[in-house]
Write a protein that binds this ligand. Structure first.
Ligand SMILES: [Zn+2]
Ligand SMILES: [Zn+2]
Length: 385
């Protein structure tokens, strides 16, 4: 066991605690983990908070008296089954990518609230701050920051413990690792949003991700995962290629421009800056305030149909797919061969001539189905011969 092992602070993310662990014991990171604890595998050249090696967690557990399961709750894996299913690709829904490049971070995936940094007796970083959903601080209601305001470098507090003549002081976590600007000293930004209920809904969403079920109409699922998968699908639609009419009408209703991202590499929600994510989430929160009425009226204005919602609507969670199926389905009804056959036989039984028009009239179809029903009938007759 280590002589000093600070407890993880409430909601702390693994890497923040790991850095503090080394610093409070008076060591730089390499010396501490490689030389002292005997962990010879590189730690900082991967996203340890996303998929920590079990070997590392086991080692930390042994030296600090925490269980591996406890330490896993400090990682993004703890949101699996809550916000996302087991990720199959490198991109994780709702998780901000940090752009690992050797021991550097190329992307501002680690957000922070300057007031939380300033007010906590110990400077540390929160697990939720890595979530793309976490756009405003649940405590201070200010917008989350993602870069150092002075040099615009992404947050990479582990870099305080790498290199020569660096500070070994856990209070250094409040400084930018690149230019040493005091991140806790910056003034927070607030976003003016006129609609109180949607703002409150978003706040609640952020503060209580672990909540069991999220109200989304009569089909509310009893756990959060289908809810968040649906919300993520709505975001994709709203900010995607097919959503420009929706964006326009929704923007008009809310008096704000709904952001969108041109298709390309890294065009996903998780890569977008805080303001874009905040507006999109508030817009979704506004739609959910009166689900599905507001959404359906928006779809009517925008002539938005079921097929535009998703390539495979049946893969959407039921609360969303059922709305699409019931209200947005503009597909024509097409009869199958058996129905056409029955209609033809009915006409024959009543001494009427079977023609394409007679068939569509009997089946209540529009004239553009004549060719299809005639093909069915013709095939049926050929089979009889
Ligand atoms: Zn805060
Ligand atoms: Zn800086």
């Amino acid at each position: 066991m280590l002589p000093i092992h600070p407890q993880p602070r409430p909601g702390e993310i693994l890497s923040s605690w790991m850095v503090r662990l080394a610093f409070t014991n008076g060591f730089m990171l390499h010396t501490f983990y490689d030389k002292l604890l005997g962990y010879h595998t590189p730690i900082w050249s991967r996203d340890t908070d996303r998929d920590p090696p079990l070997q590392l967690l086991t080692l930390l557990a042994r030296h600090t008296g925490h269980s591996v399961a406890e330490l896993q709750t400090l990682t993004l894996l703890s949101h699996q089954g809550q916000l996302f299913e087991k990720p199959v690709t490198g991109h994780w829904s709702w998780v901000r990518p940090v752009g690992v490049y050797h021991r550097e971070r190329k992307r501002p995936g680690m957000q922070f609230c300057p007031l939380c940094l300033a007010q906590s007796p110990v400077t540390y970083y929160h697990l939720k701050w890595r979530l793309a959903l976490y756009v405003i601080c649940e405590h201070h209601q200010c917008m989350m920051e993602e870069c150092c305001p002075s040099c615009h470098a992404p947050i990479a507090f582990h870099r305080h413990g790498i290199g020569r003549r660096k500070m070994v002081d856990d209070e250094s976590l409040r400084l930018c690792s690149h230019c040493h600007f005091d991140l806790a000293s910056m003034s927070p930004h607030h976003y003016p949003w006129p609609d109180r209920p949607s703002w409150q809904r978003l706040r609640h969403l952020i503060a209580a991700i672990e909540h069991d079920s999220w109200e989304c109409g009569p089909r509310t699922p009893p756990c959060s995962l289908p809810f968040f998968i649906g919300v993520r699908a709505l975001i994709s639609v709203l900010s995607g290629r097919n959503g420009w009419q929706l964006r326009k009408h929704l923007g008009d209703a809310l008096g704000v421009e709904i952001p969108w991202y041109p298709p390309g590499q890294h065009d996903e929600f998780e890569y977008q800056p805080p303001t874009a994510r905040l507006i999109l989430l508030l817009a979704i929160a506004w739609l959910l305030e009166d689900w599905p009425t507001r959404f359906l009226s928006l779809c009517t204005q925008a002539h938005f149909t079921r097929s535009r919602l998703a390539e495979r609507v049946e893969q959407l969670p039921f609360w969303l797919a059922s709305v699409a199926d019931t209200h947005l389905d503009r597909r024509r009804y097409l009869p199958n061969a058996a129905e056409t056959r029955s209609a033809g036989r009915y006409l024959q039984a009543h001494g009427l001539e079977v023609t394409p028009r007679a068939l569509v009239n009997l089946l209540g179809l529009t004239p553009d189905c004549m060719q299809l029903v005639w093909k069915h009938w013709d095939r049926h007759n050929k089979a009889l011969r």
